[in-house]
Structure formats: structure tokens, C-alpha cells
Ligand binder design. Structure first.
Ligand code: SF4
Length: 353
């Protein structure tokens, strides 16, 4: 067991975890809301450290990231547990599991990095459940990954405290933050968390770090797909993060405790994308549906299709370095900006598909 960071003892002897805004207080033998941080003999332990629930190599577009090493493969894994309680969780078999239920594996940071190098991917994703709750493991892997030429990606709900975030993100290169809705009511009722800390994390990531950021909004019919809510979300993004942060609107499918809702119609995502574009967001995508236009990166200057995609596949790639042939700079981190060996590593994954 790995002793946790970010905690202290309260006057009554209980432990206060300061990693996420839930601030769980734990008596002897108790675990927090996330299941994988536990008070054992008066110390807090990170039970998820070194205990992944399985690995996959995904296209990076599945995270989703469209402006960070597009077309490359990424080693992806998570652990058991989660610090949110989303009723619509699409990974609930691990996020709602305790370590034993999830039949966790054992892998040291060195073994994870070796695995990524052996499979010739360019980056590692901390994903599936929220990696915030295994921040100690994230730090140790991402530090080593950076030393050995690999990038690190957080796929997260952004529910982390100010006290912990600088350390957890120290060696992270990119993040996709799930902005689940733009109302406190949704966050409170359907995720058992709060909106404001997520907005605070987004502002910090974009304005106070060099980490590349994209945003995902999973649209659930009748819950967060009101065009007025989408408009307010997009206006907030432009005002606080700028017009160049890519926004992904993705389709919900019935899962976990939300089996009574239909799948999100493609028309809802198209409408959201049009709202975002009309409000000045330059790069807006739709996901979990077939929509080539909604998955293509267009030059905001000449409107040329620069990276044409279908679902997660890259069909065409016309960037020259990080520019459109017309000269417009496209924000992000593109393969041709990497050393040739890394570029080769990334694109070879595409050929394997
Ligand atoms: S990380 Fe886990 S134990 Fe710590 S406050 Fe959040 S939910 Fe509670």
C-alpha cells in the first residue's frame, strides 16, 4: 500500500482528505467516497496505486483529443473507484467497483511506461475512472514517461482541489475535461458533485499552465441538451478560456442508473455544434455518432478541411507543421512538430488498424 499525499489529521482523530472537493473525513478503517483512499491505522493510503484494472491501446481521438498528436495511439488505463457519482456513468463497472470487485492487476510505474514503449505509442492516458483519485500513481508514471519521451494525458471531470492540482498535473501534457453540464442542478442531482470547482480547474489549466486542454460535454436528452444551456456553456468558454479550446459534444447511450433516457439524436449534437460555432468557438466536434463534417478540423481562416475524420479514424491530414497551407496557425500539438522517430511511432499505429 502506498501512503497517500494530500491529507491531515483532524482534532477528533479522523483523517481529512484534501485531494478533491469532497473533502471526505475518514475514521479508522474507513474509505472515502471514491473507495480507494482509506484510513489505515491513522494514515491515509492510496489503494489504487499500482493497481490498474486493465490496459487498452486507443486512438487518441477516442479520449477525445483532436488537436494533440492526432492519428496516434495512446496506452489507456484506469483503476477502480471514482470521486463522482454520475448516474449515467459509461464506465460504471470499474468506477463503482472496489479494488477486489474490479479484479485489479498489479503494475509499477516502470512497467506501465515499458508497456507503452513496447507498443510504440506516443502517450499514456490516465482515464476510464477519474485519475484524480490515484494522483500519486499519475505523478510517478507521468514523471517517468516524460523522462523516456512519452506524453501524458488526463481524461478527467476536473474535480480536484487547488491544494492538489499543481502536483497532480506537474508532468501532464494534455487533458480532456468533461464539463458535464452547465447547471449546478445537474451536477448536484446527477453527479453528486458541484459545477464551480470544475470551472475553476478549467480556468487554471488554460490560463495558468502550458497543458493542452479540450472539453467534452456529454449531451443527455432532457437533462443538459437545452440550447439555452449550450449557449451559456459556450459563452463561458469563449469568455474564460478563449475561442481556441476545442469543444466536443458527444452522444449519451443508456447506461448504469440512467436506462430510461433515449440515445442522444445526432441532430442535437449538430445543433449544439452550430450554436458553438455561431458564438465564435473555432474548433467544435461531435462524437459517438457518424458525422464526418462534425469530426473534421477546418481552418478557421480559409475553411479548408485540414484533418478529415470518420468516428476515430483519420482519413486525410493536410497540416504543414502546425499550419494550414494558407498560413493560419492551428492551436495544438501536431505530429510533425515531433522528432521524426516519434512521428513514425504515431502513424504506424494508424497503419496497424
Ligand atoms: S479523493 Fe476520494 S477520499 Fe479524497 S476527498 Fe475525494 S472522494 Fe474523498
Amino acid at each position: 500500500m502506498k501512503e497517500a499525499l494530500w491529507w491531515h489529521k483532524e482534532e477528533d482523530g479522523r483523517i481529512l482528505c484534501t485531494l478533491c472537493p469532497r473533502y471526505c473525513r475518514m475514521g479508522e478503517g474507513q474509505a472515502g467516497f471514491c473507495y480507494i483512499r482509506k484510513n489505515v491505522a491513522g494514515k491515509l493510503y492510496s489503494l489504487g496505486y499500482g493497481r490498474p484494472t486493465g490496459f487498452a491501446i486507443d486512438p487518441i481521438e477516442k479520449k477525445p483529443l483532436n488537436h494533440f498528436l492526432p492519428g496516434t495511439g495512446i496506452l489507456s488505463f484506469g483503476t477502480a473507484g471514482c470521486n463522482l457519482g454520475c448516474r449515467f456513468c459509461q464506465n460504471w463497472s470499474i468506477s463503482k467497483a472496489k479494488l477486489d470487485d474490479a479484479q485489479s492487476l498489479s503494475a509499477s510505474p516502470e512497467e506501465v511506461v515499458d508497456l507503452a514503449l513496447r507498443h510504440k505509442v506516443s502517450s499514456i492516458a490516465y482515464t476510464y475512472n477519474d485519475p484524480v483519485i490515484w494522483g500519486e500513481y499519475v505523478i510517478d508514471i507521468s514523471r517517468l514517461a516524460r523522462k523516456r519521451g512519452l506524453k501524458s494525458v488526463m481524461v478527467t471531470a476536473g474535480y480536484i482541489t487547488r491544494e492538489a492540482r499543481a502536483e497532480v498535473y506537474r508532468y501532464i501534457d494534455a487533458a480532456n475535461v468533461d464539463l458535464k453540464a452547465f447547471t449546478e442542478k445537474f451536477y448536484h442531482k446527477l453527479t453528486f458533485s458541484h459545477l464551480d470547482p470544475v470551472l475553476d480547474t478549467l480556468k487554471w489549466l488554460k490560463n495558468e499552465t502550458d497543458i493542452w486542454v479540450e472539453i467534452t460535454n456529454l449531451m443527455i436528452p432532457g437533462e443538459n441538451d437545452d440550447p439555452e444551456e449550450t449557449r451559456r456553456l459556450c459563452e463561458w468558454v469563449v469568455a474564460h478560456l478563449g475561442d481556441s479550446v476545442p469543444v466536443h459534444f458527444t452522444a449519451f447511450h443508456p447506461d448504469f442508473k440512467m436506462m430510461d433516457k433515449p440515445r442522444t439524436p445526432a441532430s442535437t449534437l449538430k445543433r449544439a455544434r452550430q450554436i458553438a460555432l455561431s458564438l465564435g468557438i473555432k474548433y467544435c466536434y461531435v462524437g459517438n455518432v457518424f458525422d464526418e463534417e462534425g469530426q473534421t478540423t477546418f481552418c478557421p481562416n480559409c475553411r479548408r478541411a485540414l484533418i478529415r475524420r470518420s468516428w476515430h479514424d483519420t482519413l486525410e491530414y493536410h497540416l504543414v507543421g502546425d499550419r494550414c497551407p494558407c498560413g493560419e496557425k492551428i492551436p495544438g500539438y501536431f505530429p510533425s512538430a515531433l522528432a521524426p522517430s516519434e512521428r513514425q511511432r504515431g502513424w504506424s499505429f494508424l497503419r496497424m488498424q
